[in-house]
Design a protein around this ligand. Sequence first.
Ligand code: MOS
Length: 750
Amino acid sequence: MAETRPAPWTETDVVGKPLPRIDAYERVSGTAVYAIDVDFPDLLHTVVVRCPHAHARVKKVDVSKAEKMPGVRAVLTADNLGAEVPWYFTREGPLSSLFDPHCRCEGEEVAAVAADTRHQAEEAARAVVVEYEELPFVIDPAEALKEGAPQIFEGGNQNQTRPYSRGELEQGFAEADAVVEMSFHTLCQIHTPLELHGSVARWDGDELTVWDSTQGVFEVQSTVARYVQLPLNKVRVKGLYMGGGFGSKLETGKYTVIAAYLARRTGRPVAVFLTREETFLAAGNRPANTLTLKAGAKKDGTLTALHLTGLGSSGAYADGAISGYLVMDLYTCPNVKVEPTEAYTNTGKARPMRAPGFPQCSWALEQVMDALAEKIGMDPLAIRLKNVPTVSQRRGIPFTSTGLGRCLEEGAKAFGWQEARARERAKGPLLRGVGVGAAIWGWEGETASTAIVRLYADGSVNLNLGASDLGTGTRTVMAMIVAEELGVPVDRIRVDNADTGTTSYAPSSGGSQTVVANAPAVRAAALQVKRQVLEWAARQLEVPIESLTLADSKVTAVATEGGEAKSVAFGELQGLQRQHAAVGVGQRHPHPEGKVALPFAAQFAEVEVDTRTGEVRVLRMLGAHDSGRVMNLMTFRNQVFGGMAMGIGFGMTEGRVLDRNTGKMVNANWHDYKLPTIKDVADQHVCLPIDPHDSECNTVGAKGLGEPATIPTASAIANAVYHATGVRVTETPIGPERMVSLLAAARQRG
Ligand code: MOS
């Protein structure tokens, strides 16, 4: 299906407009079907029995009482699974198994009970008698690496990491006029998406259908197929509406495989949904980081060296806990070293979470940049502008576009940066300040996406796409692309997506790659349909193809001199009538060779600190984002505001709290785990898209937005707090308790 790449859009009619989501009504009216809404008359409900200890060995599971309880249809345990089912892998092999008797953190699955009603399943789950041998536990990564620490795996608690270095660090520091070294700590953040994690599984003979709340139906299909030992064409995974994942629904959940097994055993459809509390324990997190960053710069702001060392916890199973990517690639710097250390601990597993590792690293890097600027007497904006890169130093190739400079400059102008920096510090108890943070996002995903567009004889259109819509507006954006190319109104386009039974492969929606990976495939499919329509119309109207345009569901020829403009509606195209439908199959093209397409951002914050109570209010946030072309201004803004809200949560309100004495999470609920609310987000937030008109990144010119939107929020706020008070907040969360003590310490120092 090799074809020439279409030229980039210049002007667009539909793409870029602030269009409401095509499924907005379903979402707000309650008619949208989420996985938890899938129901059958004979559906069984499941409760998972989970380990209540931070570290334990299961000695015995007695299900004899539970099995006899009313409504109970099956109880699954390690003993009756039939075989050991490996789970959580490193390159060397599996780290554990389903219902592993070695429970390495609180919340590990020990058994699962399926019953006619949820209530019966809960009762029976309580009747499962588990005998545990409690083991010594370790929840702190530094403790975990000490001699004699409880062993989570044979061979020690150190997880493998990838150190990085370029240039000569010592020489870089020797060349510096100013050097700053600071240490930081960020708390563990939990995804806790609105929609609970879970699935429904149903067997029909030897075929399995799974309804899943997932970021990628094809990932779930291949994983489940492996576990039930079926070919891919007998496992159908349907993604429905999604209420958020943020990375916690990238990987197939144990709950999905449990549902498939229980459904096979009982011969009935089975639902497994986590409770809110379970999602805090068993669905992943953004791990806490302890980072030390040393940075050197010349008097003119030129960076000479960056040295990041860090310690993070992977939790009980391997996953990246630290990312030094920002240090490697956000600013031009010849001498860089990143030395991450990651430890296994008896805590919930780290998982990718909206820009994994980046907000943590930004918290360090952006505050150090501010401190450096102060030391050399430079404006925080100016030092960043001084070091804007055009080349990815991490990858050794140029960017297709670098909007970072424009994000900083135009963002500052729109925000009123100079005026706010020039303001004199207030005398009263309420202090105001402004801060900035910049960002790059470092991920380029797979390009294997296929989309199918069908134009029916009545002019209605179907778009068939494998990708999940996480709630970001994927369906809407993709429909807009078809509308753009075919000249059909968006409401004439039906989108069928995320169903392995009917759609073609698309990568999991993540890494801010959903538009990037799929939009070019959709555009290619639409263009194929367009070509057929043009050929039919040219023949029917007896005009040259070049004279034709598509708009308002018809094909119109440019009026010849003295003649009339001829046109034909899609519904009247004889060629289309004969064939009943025009079908286009589009595939994604490869990434550009020798260049990398990555998005940039700069966010600005204004805060007010009450020095009597320590309360910090975010008055204003402005996000200037180079994510390439804006596909839909409304969903673009939604991403930026949502990312900022999440960043405020990361920096100011959220944090997993573990009990030192038990290793258990004490705030695994929405009451004690403080998500930001409308009271916490900025009183005023502004989104400023910066479009570099990138014609090289891909055929739609978009570079991805979801993740950059949350990277620099907390660090911009921390810098604003410093500007307001002269106090550096190096540990999250920025809250009254911490501020009061930091302000008191600052007063004592005088
Ligand atoms: Mo994202 S953390 O790639 O869903």
